[in-house]
Write a protein that binds this ligand. Structure first.
Ligand code: NPW
Ligand code: K
Length: 477
């Protein structure tokens, strides 16, 4: 599991550890890990041209100490100071190691020399601001960063890409985009949550020995998927593996029922029941003869994919969400049919527009604050939210939050959400709790999309068809 923490949690863990160690130990651990990561990124150190952008805090201190190490190993390292006040001991160590300080009118924004340094750089280290910063780049920093981008020089962000909101993953102001982020002690929320997560690039974690409380945000990794996946055993039968009821698809969108069924049958479920109009039932049977069409006992329901809100059978839906023994996935049109009260355990699977409608918030605001709004909806409505998007967020009413680590823009294809609803239903019917079922489904759906897209553009059915191979690969690796 990958865990992410708030700045406050990181600061108090750092303070507790620093109290037990000689002064400066943590920064030296951070700087050593950073220098190694930069060397690995470059593939060489001797002779490399490295530029440091240095802000006023300890983030700049990390970069200066790492720069000193790289200079001692033969790199040509130049620091551009963005503040009159920088980490004094770090600057001294940097100078002693042979590091150069670019003084070319740096604070006034002229930067003739800085421009030359940047044009020749193999990499730029962003030590402008770390977890102590406010979102946004100041004009000086912004001008330099844009120049780095113009020269096409890759940026390694120290701890976090400067400008992002560390605790929310939001990017309300200008920020930089890193080719690699090297962070210390633990992941922070901006490393996992978009849009900031995209700005981080790959994230390399340097262990500095922090002792941390339970995490704010978690992200499943391949070994978690292996541990959680309900693999059938010798005593399993179709009922104990779980029966999923699908109330999805409509005469207008019969394909949604076929795609949700495809997703469900590629999951861990023992049996799928279809309940709905006979023409849609026939379409499902034509593709999947193993489906049982008609009423009967189920361990979970998936409702709403391929049904408009006006097409939802309100009486039936209200009864489903007022019982308390069978969890219900509420997708697409059914999200719009949700009232304020329910007794069943619910998982809603909106995209940003649907969540916006539910909360009365513009779609763009949801996109910019995905974590916040997923959590708000989960808490206010007392249900689990799987918010679809480039990075899928799962938030449950008790605060447990997962962020899907795999993003593939190819997943944005018609019917992809129907496959996901079916797959999620399969995990829920197999007995997993809502948050884990949603996190697993999002992970495998994205893994299957990634696998399928290796051969080019994908359709929803190709995602479903790649699910068994993606699952097999994960379970056997
Ligand atoms: N603590 C530890 O044990 C360890 C910490 N470590 C490292 O320390 C980092 C945190 O250091 P930190 O607390 O000094 O904060 P940091 O982010 O460098 O600077 C904050 C200052 O920047 C300024 N500023 C604010 N917003 C800004 C903006 N948008 N753009 C530009 N400037 C802005 C503002 O000062 P001002 O300029 O306003 O006077 C503010 O005071 C952490 O990320 C990690 O790298 C590691 O060594 C591991 C051990
Ligand atoms: K930084």
């Amino acid at each position: 599991m990958r865990h992410a923490y708030t700045v406050e949690q990181v600061r108090s863990a750092e303070a507790a550890l620093m109290a037990k160690l000689p002064p400066g130990t943590l920064m030296q651990r951070a700087a050593t890990g950073l220098a190694v990561a930069v060397s690995n990124f470059l593939g060489r150190t001797y002779g490399a041209n490295i530029v440091l952008l240095i802000g006023s805090g300890d983030n700049g201190g990390d970069a200066l100490y790492a720069g000193a190490r790289l200079a001692r190993r033969g790199a040509r390292v130049t620091a551009i100071l963005l503040s009159e006040k920088v980490h004094a001991a770090g600057l001294e160590a940097f100078r002693l190691a042979g590091g150069r300080v670019d003084t070319s009118d740096a604070l006034a924004g002229g930067r003739v020399g800085a421009s030359d340094d940047l044009a020749d750089a193999d990499v730029v280290l962003d030590g402008i601001v770390g977890i102590g910063g406010r979102p946004g780049l100041r004009p000086d920093a912004e001008a330099l960063v844009r120049r780095v981008e113009q020269h096409g020089v890759p940026i390694v962000a120290v701890d976090v890409p400067s400008g992002v909101d560390v605790d929310t993953g939001e990017t309300p102001e200008s920020h930089l985009n890193a080719a690699l982020t090297v962070t210390f002690g633990t992941h922070k929320i901006c490393h996992l949550v978009d849009p900031a997560a995209t700005a981080c690039g790959p994230v390399h974690l340097v262990d500095i020995g922090l002792d941390l409380p339970p995490a704010e945000v978690q992200s499943l990794q391949a070994d978690d998927v292996r541990a959680l996946y309900p693999v059938p055993h010798g005593e399993s039968d179709k009922y104990s593996r779980g029966v999923l009821g699908l109330m999805v698809g409509s005469p207008q969108y019969p394909g949604a029922a076929v795609m949700a069924t495809a997703g469900a049958l590629a999951g861990p479920v023992g049996m799928v029941r279809y309940v709905g109009s006979s023409s849609v039932g026939q379409a499902v049977l034509a593709e999947y003869p193993e489906v049982v069409v008609g009423e009967g006992r189920v361990q979970a329901w998936a409702v709403g994919s391929g049904i408009s809100t006006s097409g939802v059978d309100r009486d039936r839906f209200t009864r489903l969400i007022q019982q308390d023994d069978v969890p219900v996935i509420v997708d697409a049109g059914a999200i719009g049919a949700l009232g304020t009260k329910h007794s069943a355990r619910l998982v809603i699977t909106p995209h940003a527009g649907e969540l916006g409608q539910l909360l009365g918030v513009p779609r763009a605001e949801i996109e910019a604050g995905r974590l916040h709004y997923a959590r708000t909806a989960a808490e206010e409505r007392q249900l689990t939210v799987l918010l679809k998007g480039a990075t899928t967020v799962v938030a449950s009413p008790d605060g447990t939050t997962y962020v899907n680590p795999i993003a593939t823009p190819w997943l944005a294809t018609a019917g992809s959400g129907d496959v996901l609803a079916g797959l999620l239903g399969a995990f829920l019917a197999s007995g997993l709790d809502e948050a884990r079922a949603a996190a697993l489904a999002a992970y495998l759906h994205a893994a299957a999309g990634t696998l399928a897209s290796a051969a080019g553009p994908i359709t929803a059915m190709s995602i479903a068809h790649a699910l068994p191979a993606a699952t097999r690969h994960l379970l056997s690796s």
